[in-house]
Write a protein that binds this ligand. Sequence first.
Ligand code: ADE
Length: 449
Amino acid sequence: MSAETHSDKGSTGTQLPSRKEQGSFSEEIGKYCVRDINQAEEGRKLIDWAEANMPVMTYLREKYSKTKPFAGYRLAGCLHVTKETAVLIETFKAAGAEVFWSGCNPLSTSDPVAAALAANDISIYAWHGNHEDFYWCIDRTIDNRPHLTLDDGCDLINTVHEHHIEYAKNDVIGGTEETTTGVHRLRARSADGKLFYPVFAVNDAETKWDFDNVYGTGQSTLDGILRSTSVMLAGKNFVVAGHGHCGSGVAKRAAGMGSNVIITEVKATAAIKGVLEGYEVLSMDAAAKIGDIFCTATGMKDIIRKQHFESMKDGAIVCNTGHYDCEINIKELEEISVKNRTIRQNCQEYTLADGRRIFVLAEGRLVNLAAAEGHPSEVMDMSFANQFLCHVKLVESHRAGQKLPVEVIDIPVSQDEFIAELKLSTMGLTIDKLTSEQTEYASNYQEGT
Ligand code: ADE
């Protein structure tokens, strides 16, 4: 397939979405739809701020804007529209790509950033509070039949695979997936024989998962909780559901702020790690009775449900930092509540029949992105370098006529090493190198005591 081939061309995007009834938008049909294009200047300052803290991306932009590996290629992305994502998008653009974008969560779009991108000729469909037209936005990004897809949570890949099968099989060169939940879904799709093009598991890169998931989630989740409540964390019983990479980051930072951390888990080894970190490990049934703040980070549904709400203390705060909003069963909370009101931005109070109040943050959606600004730029620098380099690999293979296997592909170790070394050097740090004797020792299996 040449980079220009279109088959199975999509709609032109002229059908009216329900947002038309919800107030004013800035829109150019077939090009962008954002909340207010007049926010572009404000958004540009945010993007500049992020860029200043993303030296690896700056390096990649400088390098690939000279060679333009993406010239003639269209890329669709479905990922949180933040200032850091804007740096990624504009790096693709500088490297020659035509970019189409939508948000991957109804509450994570920064409207000023979206406006700045639209003003910079990016085809973007995203606004904060987009509950109704989420898939309409994704559809618009595939109207022009992109060659590459970039996902955070698999909604774009799913849309392409479920509704545009021939295009997925014949025209898409490949894709990438950013997050743990998305990679799980991709592996399940692949095992079922329903994956139609190669997808790199960006999440599983060491320079992504060991940093973004841990330190990024740790800091930004606490940031979201504090922005939406301003409560004191010290001395509180802070329950973290799930002690994987993301949960361990939240636990580490909550402990650092003086909370008594309680872990709930279904995996024995993750629970033991929690114990050895000095946390208490309890079932959710037991934790529900004593927790002050609850944060889910599991990727599983119904972690906090009716039986748990019923035993919580008055004033308990509940939030989620996993990809989907299914971890807290808010429908069941609504059913047992007699009253529900907004206390402050991203903080909803539910009153139970006996008068106890439970506060839910950010509608149970990713609290770090909905109530704060997501992970800091410094850590997204490495995650997005992985995204970018995987797409370079996809187009380089395509140009060379090499077919990558149609499966979920691991990130090459060499890419991880390259990004880590570059990041370290931008931090002004040098590390030791093995001597030749040490290198030899490392491969010697005969030497003993
Ligand atoms: N996921 C978590 N934090 C993010 C950020 N700042 N930008 C994009 N995606 C993210």
